[in-house]
Design a protein around this ligand. Structure first.
Ligand code: SAM
Length: 268
């Protein structure tokens, strides 16, 4: 079936406003025609007859709200997502390299299609080019990992927030010009593996852990366990980098010190 470009309905536009009030999702950040189509197919599967009825369901049922949020955001990612936060990370890493120029061990947990760990590989290459950094990237979703391992087929909208210089230096347009591939030097810095943050053992010895836009859907108890696990995985002075919209309680209790926009540190 070919995807037709449906114009966005007034009913959907009202739902965008209603769902913002009852869920953690702001649908204004998503492509409207595509999202309306996806949500209509979800409602059909659930035998929900329209967006007004769906709003009522979401208002009254926590499980449905969680499912909706996962459905909408599950694999959404972007290179250099939330630029002001990545700028803050770059500043912190620059300081770190001024003090000690050695290689970094990094874990990108919930890495989706690789946009996040490849962004980090670009940052490390630009800040400390002749050093053999290692980025270990994990996700629960094999399909995302398969895309990530290929390191190609990234559409232009995924690159919208990537600094122009990084795009010029580290991304190559593919045949047809609609998609881009990762430069081999960047690709070789990242290894991908399936890992479930809820069930699997946490590896150790990291200088930096990125876990962004993954835990937002988890209970407070689970978040606490995950961030306690990361604390043990970090080396002393290691940094944890979380998502821009993530409000985390309990990080101080675990022992982290705040270190700037979305950045927390395991003290020395
Ligand atoms: C919204 S994406 C975020 C991707 C990237 N971190 C970013 O911020 O752009 C969330 C990712 O978390 C992954 N995820 C969800 N539950 C997980 C779990 N229990 N363990 C590991 N990854 C998980 C999903 O498969 C998805 O790729």
């Amino acid at each position: 079936m070919t995807a037709t470009k449906t114009p966005t309905s007034a009913e959907y536009l009202k739902f965008v406003e209603d769902s913002r009030r009852v869920t953690a999702i702001d649908l204004r950040a998503y492509k409207p025609a595509q999202m309306e189509r996806r949500l209509r197919s979800l409602m059909t599967r659930k035998r929900i007859r329209g967006f007004n009825e769906y709003t009522e369901v979401l208002k009254n049922d926590r499980e449905e709200r969680l499912e909706f949020e996962r459905y909408v955001t599950i694999n959404v990612t972007q290179f250099y997502r939330d630029p002001s936060h990545f700028n803050a990370l770059e500043r912190a890493l620059r300081e770190r390299f001024q003090q000690s120029p050695g290689p970094l061990q990094v874990w990108s947990a919930g890495c989706s299609n690789g946009s996040e760990p490849y962004t980090l590989a670009m940052i490390l290459t630009s800040l400390a080019p002749n050093v053999r950094h290692q980025i270990h990237a994990t996700d629960i979703d094999e399909m995302s990992l398969n895309h990530a391992r290929q390191g190609r087929g990234y559409s232009a909208d995924l690159l919208a927030t990537l600094p122009k210089q990084f795009r010029a230096d580290f991304m190559t347009p593919e045949a047809g010009g609609d998609t881009f591939a990762i430069a081999p030097q960047i690709k070789s810095m990242v290894t991908f593996k399936r890992h479930d943050l809820i069930k699997d053992r946490y590896p150790r010895g990291y200088d930096l852990i990125l876990c962004r836009n993954v835990v937002i859907y988890f209970s407070n108890e689970t978040k606490f366990e995950i961030f306690s696990g990361f604390y043990e995985s970090l080396n002393r002075d290691g940094l944890l980098f979380i998502g821009a919209s993530e409000m985390l309680t309990g990080l101080r209790e675990i022992g982290y010190a705040q270190h700037g926009h979305g950045l927390y540190q395991r003290p020395s």
